[in-house]
Design a protein around this ligand. Structure first.
Ligand code: IPM
Ligand code: MN
Length: 365
């Protein structure tokens, strides 16, 4: 067995509830497969700063000293001109806070490769807003989004009546997510679609060049290109077309939100952000303050994010698949949280902790 340190950042809202269930599941995996997982909690909100609407698992080793990690989790880029905002809880600032904290974490830990899988479970296809004829043979895609470059991290500037946001990419910065996309495709349906705007943007033309170069090392994988506007259409019109999508920071942001609608609930959407050492695993949804503390949230997205940690951080493929299979077993058995039920059936909703227990049980079976 292996020994691993895992930093747990439960965050706000439903974060702590879904995280408890995830840790339960991971502890069971450790027990069943003889691994030694050590969990350490870190505060991801520090009063009186506004809460971060995210919760994450950061696996080591090595764990960063708590102080440094704590500082990193704090919004690192409060508007410098207004230091008094530091202790301000004014609602308009919350959005900035989430943005800054997340972007800060991504940059600090160089989380360059972001994986956002989106799939429709056949037995839950009634939750997908698309017609059965469009779901077709099934939907199972993963969007690989470059996460530390592009227009998000270029210069942002205001000069009187003019504003700039610079989009910048280097070959190196593209090669990383691109190589990951081809590797991922090899283990899947062997198809990479690069999504860009190469009819307009020079950055996109560079993305295509790098894609063709990386493709040479993966002749068994099919490569094609699609403009972002068309890709937004195709995700709705022919979602079964996609296997692995490789794309830049902003296009990935947009396209992954579109794709997140397909499974029927954000509560089913895990994600992974892979860095230069530390990786981060978080559900794609927010902290759902309206149902926080009610034992009603869907923990599946966080549990599946935990499975991605087993796979990508620890190379424990068998264990990762076992967790995914256990989640599937529970969903298939009809044990569903409220987000997966029609209004009229919500009285039958299963609680967060019961889903966690059921996943643990399915693992053992
Ligand atoms: C996401 C979010 C962030 C992004 C925001 C909060 C900055 O939308 O993780 O997709 O745009 O990357
Ligand atoms: Mn987004």
């Amino acid at each position: 067995g292996v020994s691993k340190n895992i930093a747990v950042l439960a965050g706000d809202g439903i974060g702590p509830e879904v995280m408890v269930e995830t840790v339960k599941v991971l502890k069971k995996v450790g027990e069943l497969y003889g691994h030694n997982f050590t969990f350490k909690d870190y505060k991801v909100r520090s009063d009186p700063a506004p809460p971060i609407h995210r919760w994450v698992v950061l696996p080591g080793p090595p764990l960063r000293p708590p102080g440094r990690l704590r500082r990193t989790c704090r919004p690192p880029r409060w508007p410098a001109a207004k230091p008094r905002m530091r202790s301000c809880l004014a609602p308009p600032q919350w959005k900035d806070c989430e943005k800054n904290a997340l972007l800060g974490l991504r940059k600090r830990f160089k989380l360059a490769v972001n994986l956002r899988p989106s799939k429709v479970y056949p037995f839950l296809s009634h939750l997908c807003p698309l017609k059965p004829s469009i779901i077709g043979t099934g939907v199972d895609m993963v969007i690989i989004r470059e996460l530390v470059g592009g227009i998000y991290f270029g210069e942002h500037k205001r000069e009187g009546d003019k504003a700039f946001d610079v989009m910048e990419y280097t070959v190196e910065g593209i090669r990383k997510p691109m190589t990951f996309a081809f590797e991922a495709a090899r283990l899947r349906r062997k198809k990479v679609t690069v999504v860009d705007k190469a009819n307009v943007l020079e950055c996109s033309r560079l993305w295509r060049e790098v894609a063709r170069e990386v493709h040479k090392g993966y002749p068994d994988v099919e490569l094609d290109f699609m403009y972002i506007d068309n890709a937004c259409m195709q995700v709705i019109q022919k979602p079964s077309f996609f296997d692995v999508v490789a794309t830049g920071n902003m296009f990935g942001d947009i396209l992954s939100d579109a794709a997140s609608v397909l499974p029927g609930s954000l509560g089913l959407m895990p994600s992974a952000s892979l860095g230069d050492g530390l990786h981060m695993y978080e559900p794609s949804g927010g902290s759902a303050p309206d149902i926080a503390g009610k034992n009603a949230a869907n923990p599946i997205a966080q549990i599946l994010s935990g499975a991605m940690m087993l796979r990508y951080s620890f190379q424990l493929e068998k264990e990762a698949s076992a967790v995914e299979a256990a989640c599937e077993t529970v969903l298939r058995s009809g044990k569903l949280t409220g987000d997966l039920l029609e209004e009229s059936e919500r009285k039958n909703a299963v609680s967060t902790s019961d889903i966690g227990e059921a996943v643990v049980k399915a693992l053992t079976a």
